[in-house]
Design a protein around this ligand. Structure first.
Ligand code: ADP
Length: 442
């Protein structure tokens, strides 16, 4: 029993020692676990959270166009790679922004310099009606400060500035007057559409100062008017002297002398015709067409024109037939100028018709006008010249007859001044019909 008790006691002590050892080991292991756990808990968030915070910060900076932002992580893991990729993206964006911005700024400045150095006043408007630019000359003419026009809607400026409203509304290109510094200046307006890949992106209005040309033109007109007027008197007296020379009571001329006088007379007549056309032209140019407001019949008009051209028609044995509509209103225009025009068309018809030809004069009512037409069966006019013949000094190339090329130009000006219109229809070799409309007296 004693031996058994001793053995039990010994085993008990051994067990006690083992328990103590196990306890120590467990405490040690537990402490280590807790320590490791605590270290992990303390370090892990900053290990993950710091790079994420830095990346978020970087992305926000990029979004705010701060392309100088860089991320420094000093790590070789995925976060490190992400930071490197971010930095190279920011670098590229930085490069792109700077190169584009400086380029755009440079181009903008260049465009502004070009626009401001233009001598002509220029205004640019986009398709939405926003005024993009107005150079110094334009601002001066409009009498506006840059801030009162650039960047604003054209409707807003139109309401405040009469000249701007006129420039936007007026579509034709006839010269107009603007008083600048107390002096009358003449301008023409040109409107150019700006397109990009066939799409209209805006309009530029350019005002060209044509005052120096206008002054030269006036000087030319006055010069022509004075010269023609001065030359007309001696020529008229030469014409009278030639008539006297033909008179047998003064003395008889030999056959050769008679021939010479005849030639002189026809040259004189031609010169007188040219001079009177030049005088009419200077009247048109100086805007001095003085129109009388008269009422007269188409019959009177036609008869008067025929009376002055009868001799020329007889010389070529040309028959002039008249066709008048039954119910014709009276014409409301300047009678003398209308006869001049009719006479000019008739003279041309005779000149460009063959001998023994035929000319038909027609008068009929059309809407609120009287339509007058002169038809011949002469040489006709090539279609490519039909609109040009109304230009000054234009003569169809190869025209044999002598002339100035002014008759039709003056006729057109006269007709339009009387609120009428003129048209031509013609076929080479078959003949021409000149038609003009004059307002009816209703
Ligand atoms: P001009 O007859 O003095 O040359 P116009 O202005 O009257 O000047 O006419 C201009 C041109 O038009 C003429 O030179 C002629 O070539 C052409 N023309 C005018 N009328 C006719 C016509 N009836 N038939 C053919 N050609 C014509």
């Amino acid at each position: 029993m004693l031996v058994n008790l001793q053995a039990i006691d010994k085993k008990n002590k051994t067990a006690q020692v083992s328990i103590e050892n196990a306890k120590t080991v467990i405490v040690l292991v537990l402490t280590m676990c807790i320590l490791i756990g605590l270290t992990f808990i303390y370090n892990f968030p900053s290990l993950v959270a710091t790079p994420i915070a830095k990346l978020t910060e970087g992305i926000k900076a990029i979004a705010a166009r701060n392309y100088g932002q860089r991320i420094h992580l000093n790590r070789t893991d995925e976060f490190g790679e992400l930071a490197t990729a971010f930095n190279s993206m920011a670098e590229k964006l930085d490069e792109y922004e700077h190169s584009n911005l400086s380029k755009i700024l440079f181009e903008k400045q260049r465009a502004e310099t070009v626009i401001n150095s233009l001598k002509d006043a220029s205004i640019g408007i986009d398709t939405k009606g926003i005024i993009l630019f107005a150079n110094q000359q334009a601002l001066q003419l409009l009498n506006l400060k840059e801030a009162a026009i650039v960047g604003l809607k054209q409707e807003d400026v139109q309401g405040k500035n009469d000249l701007f409203r006129f420039l936007i509304k007026e579509q034709n290109t006839i010269p107009f007057k603007i008083v600048v510094d107390g002096k009358e200046n003449y301008f023409t307006k040109e409107q150019i559409d700006i397109t990009q890949q066939e799409n209209k992106i805006g309009t530029v209005i350019i005002l060209r100062n044509i005052t120096p040309f206008k002054e030269l033109d006036t000087a030319k007109t006055n010069f022509i008017a004075t010269i023609s007027h001065e030359l007309k008197t001696p020529l008229a007296s030469a014409d009278f002297s030639l008539k006297l020379l033909e008179d047998e009571r003064i003395g008889t001329l030999t056959k050769e002398q008679k021939e010479l006088v005849k030639n002189l007379k026809s040259d004189n007549q031609r010169l007188l015709r040219i001079l009177s056309e030049l005088l009419d032209l200077s009247q048109v140019d100086s805007g001095r067409i003085q129109l009388k407001n008269q009422t007269f019949s188409a019959r009177d008009l036609i008869q008067k024109a025929i009376a002055t051209t009868n001799n020329a028609a007889k010389e070529k044995n040309i028959n002039i037939s008249i066709s008048m509509a039954k119910e014709l209103p009276l014409i409301q225009a300047d009678e003398e100028k209308s006869v001049w025009v009719m006479n000019n068309f008739l003279t041309n018809a005779i000149r460009y018709s063959p001998e023994n030809g035929e000319i038909i004069l027609k008068a009929e009512a059309k809407d609120n006008s009287v339509k007058l037409s002169i038809q011949d069966f002469g040489i006709g006019i090539d279609p490519s010249y039909q609109q040009k013949i109304f230009d000054r000094f234009f003569r169809v190339p190869g025209t044999q007859k002598k002339g100035t090329g002014l008759g039709l130009a003056i006729s057109k000006e006269f007709i339009e001044a009387m609120k009428g219109t003129v048209h031509v229809e013609s076929e080479p070799g078959k003949g021409s019909t000149f038609t003009f409309y004059l307002p009816a007296n209703n």
